[in-house]
Design a protein around this ligand. Structure first.
Ligand code: ZN
Length: 76
């Protein structure tokens, strides 16, 4: 996940799937990252971030990204 408030965007979080390693059936990288980001940052901060993924997010992860307002600054 990149944050864009500085002149040069920088990585604030990285996450992989934890389905197998942590035995979490909903442990997709995107959902896990959104949970971490929500604990660490305010929702207004997440608006100015962009989440990059290696595959198209599933429905659950898409919902998590939507409700966290990630990337909403870039949607208008
Ligand atoms: Zn997913």
């Amino acid at each position: 996940m990149l944050h864009h408030c500085r002149a040069k965007p920088y990585i604030i979080l990285e996450q992989g799937n934890i389905e197998v390693t942590e035995h979490v059936c909903t442990g997709h990288a995107e959902t896990t990252l959104v949970q971490q980001a929500s604990r660490i940052y305010e929702k207004d901060f997440l608006i100015t971030c962009t989440l990059y993924t290696t595959v198209v997010p599933c429905v659950v992860c898409s919902g998590a990204i939507y409700w966290a307002n990630i990337g909403f600054w870039n949607k208008h």
